[in-house]
Design a protein around this ligand. Structure first.
Ligand code: CAA
Length: 275
């Protein structure tokens, strides 16, 4: 039975309650080893704000130790229509400012503000968890980047990925550019971003943007099945292997071989050392 929990499990000053999350347009549930984060502002197509990103970061900081899988999904017809378009208006998002007000921020403050937003995305790559984006309908801009922030993407057959930022005069800055290039390669990433065209389910799987595409009605079950298969693997081995794989692209073959040896010594000692 999933339980909705306050994210203040450690009782820290950065507590965030279920009702606070609801106000921001998020739900957070923990069911054993699986945590589920739901973008829950369907009437606005799960548009995201700075409050969304700061809440995501705080959820990440307080994920209970037993959690091994984090599922990120969207309520309603879209996964997420990206950043709240009120940011482009002079009035902005109440309490959060606008791009107009941000434009006059001093450089360091401005950079810190974007870094704070990125914190909501970065933790999803932690080696000790596997994050799965369950994506249906539109995943635009920040929505596409949130899906890219996850380790794996399972998509419904109605999915529509679109990197809209350049078409709006911006760059994708929510940690999406690196995984995009790693997944589809530089030329395709340039083409997708600079045309802001829509990528559907079949192409997403073909390009490596998604591991699996299923009929929309089967998305939840497909994610649950994948989570079950992932949970069948020993946690220590899963964490060490993810860490190795994450580091592989940045290392030479010799460096990677050294990293493999080091991780394996820890595994074998953990499993077989007596006394
Ligand atoms: N921000 C705020 N409100 C949004 C929104 C957004 N990004 N997207 C949709 N909404 C609101 C609409 O204004 C509408 O509200 P009302 O009912 O109050 O009028 C409601 O959600 C439903 O929208 P639609 O009627 O348009 O729904 P649809 O299902 O026909 O279309 C859609 C869905 C294709 C996603 C369309 O809403 C759309 O194109 N949205 C804008 C997408 C966009 O350009 N996002 C910005 C991406 S760039 C980015 O994210 C920047 C960054 O990271 C820095």
């Amino acid at each position: 039975m999933p339980v909705t929990v306050d994210a203040n499990l450690g009782g820290s000053a950065e507590a965030i309650s279920a009702s606070e999350l609801a106000e921001i347009g998020l739900r957070y549930e923990v069911d054993g080893a699986i945590a589920t984060i739901t973008l829950d502002r369907p009437d606005k197509r799960n548009a995201q704000t700075f409050a969304t990103w700061s809440a995501l970061a705080r959820i990440g900081e307080h994920i209970p130790d037993q959690v091994r899988i984090v599922v990120v999904k969207g309520e309603g017809p879209s996964f997420s229509a990206g950043i709240d378009l009120r940011m482009f208006t002079p009035e902005g998002v109440p309490g959060q400012g606008s791009f107009v007000s941000a434009a006059s921020l001093e450089e360091t403050t401005f950079e810190r503000r974007i870094a704070d937003a990125q914190r909501g995305f970065l933790w999803l790559r932690r080696p000790d968890i596997v994050s799965i984006a369950a994506v249906h309908g539109h995943a635009i801009g920040a929505g596409f980047q949130l899906a890219l922030a996850c380790d794996l993407r399972v998509v419904a057959d109605d999915v529509k990925f679109c990197m809209k930022e350049p078409a709006l005069g911006l760059v994708p800055d929510l940690t999406g550019t690196k995984p995009l290039v790693e997944l589809v390669g530089l030329p395709r990433a340039i083409e997708l971003c600079l045309t802001a065209r829509v990528v559907g389910a079949e192409e997403a799987v073909r390009l490596g943007l998604a591991e699996l595409a299923v009929p929309a009605g089967e998305l939840a079950q497909a994610v649950q099945d994948l989570a079950g298969a992932l949970l069948a693997t020993d946690r220590g081995a899963a964490t060490a292997t993810k860490r190795l794989l994450q580091g592989a692209l940045g290392r030479s073959l010799e460096e990677q071989a050294i990293a493999e040896r080091r991780e394996q010594i820890v595994r074998i000692r953990t499993l077989f050392a007596s006394g």
